[in-house]
Design a binder for this molecule. Structure first.
Ligand code: PLP
Length: 384
């Protein structure tokens, strides 16, 4: 039997191999290896797909965040409000620019940033709010946009995990609702291979509906250069290469189908685990669609690590995102966060476990994952 995998890119790519080969050969034959027509075409196609006016491609999702903050002029003395229950990039780039990452806690159901705490953390030094649409579901954009409007502090959506998600707000599900990454002043994303839209290396992009912001972003990503060899601002070197863009163009055509596969897999896990009171299946916020970058359960903290080990012994990979919240990371000890300010992040870091989730996951594989998991938690019998 095939090994169950956390992410199955080989299987995903096998189904579109001829399309991918054709795209890669096209780049090889034209020789536009960095930037060039494929990058331009992909940027336009992604703008079209997401409903964003401008897409500025760059080297990866971390650079995308850094470039977005640089476009706002974030530097020493400034504060940026974000969540600590995220991948480190979100916090790291703030510190790299010499600004202070102001962390707030998350909601226990969505794992997303707590907007009330964001409002309370705003000071005259706040230069940006960076919500992360964690695991594929959007943060409370209604509340965050209201705060942004009231205070004038712009929002940068870290959309590395939720490309193609939609914000319904109170209006209910509809197919023309705005997409993640397009509601704030800017939205950033990553094309790291394991993301929902991944390439075969590194890649990233920033979205915006503001033409001036788009121009600034482009300039910063290109050594601060608008006109060749005229460097008007200090920039960085961050670019998407032609091969990755050509690959992304192919995969963008399949993104809707990939989202549907993930949603079906999530639904099957939900059904298989619905009667098991010892695990908490992912909460669905009715105000957002969920593109299931991760399918994340909560279990009793006493058994989480033993469960990870047991599943691993049975050949089932899992992930713990994230075992150490940002406020506890050594690199940020100088920020002197107080762990008691983050009770939800603290609890989640000890109780979450993400199951295999990808576009090629089969019902029988999921049955094997679920039944192995259920047998273990029943035998230990500790409530969440
Ligand atoms: C993956 C990820 C990033 C960083 O993207 P890279 O392309 O790996 O630099 C940033 N934020 C979040 C939430 C991510 O999941």
């Amino acid at each position: 039997m095939k090994r169950i995998q956390m992410v199955d890119l080989i299987g995903q790519h096998a189904k579109i191999e001829s399309e991918l080969q054709e795209a890669i050969q096209r780049v090889m034959r034209t020789g536009a290896f960095v930037k060039g027509p494929e990058v331009q075409a992909f940027s336009e196609e992604l703008a079209e797909h997401t409903g964003s006016s401008f897409v500025v491609p760059c080297g990866n999702g971390t650079d995308a965040l850094q470039i977005a903050l640089m476009a706002l002029g974030v530097g020493p003395g400034d504060e940026v409000i974000t969540t600590g229950f995220t991948f480190i990039s979100t916090i790291e780039v703030v510190a790299l620019l010499g600004a202070t990452p102001v962390l707030v806690d998350v909601h226990p159901d969505t794992f997303n940033i707590n907007a009330d705490q964001v409002a309370a953390a705003i000071t005259p030094k706040t230069k940006a709010i960076v919500p992360v649409h964690l695991f594929g579901q959007m943060a409370d954009m209604d509340a965050l946009l209201a705060i942004s409007e009231k205070t004038g502090v712009p929002i940068i959506e870290d959309n590395a995990q939720a490309i193609s998600a939609r914000w319904f707000g109170s209006a209910g599900p509809r197919s023309d609702a705005p997409q993640s990454g397009t509601l704030g002043l800017m939205g950033t994303t990553s094309f790291f291979p394991s993301k929902n839209l991944g390439c075969m290396g590194d890649g990233g992009a920033i979205m915006t509906n503001d033409e001036n912001v788009a121009r600034t972003l482009r300039q910063i990503a290109n050594h601060g250069m608008a006109k060749r060899y005229h460097h008007d601002v200090v920039g960085i070197n961050s670019r998407l290469d032609g091969m990755q863009a050509a690959i992304l163009r192919v995969k963008l055509n399949h993104l809707d189908a990939y989202c549907a596969s993930r949603a079906e897999a999530a639904q099957r896990y939900d059904t298989m685990l619905s009667d098991v009171t010892l695990v908490k299946t992912p909460f669905r916020d009715p105000r957002s669609s969920h593109v299931f970058h991760q399918y994340t359960l909560q279990v009793a903290p006493e058994i989480r690590d033993a469960l990870v080990q047991h599943l691993s012994d049975e050949g089932i990979p899992t992930g713990v995102y994230y075992p150490i919240p940002g406020h506890r990371q050594k690199a940020f000890a100088h920020c002197r966060y107080n762990p008691t300010d983050f009770p939800i992040s603290e609890a989640l870091s000890k109780s979450v476990i993400s199951l295999p989730m990808h576009t090629e996951l089969t019902e029988s594989e999921q049955y094997s994952v679920s039944s192995t998991l259920v047998k273990f938690v029943m035998q230990v019998n500790l409530p969440v």
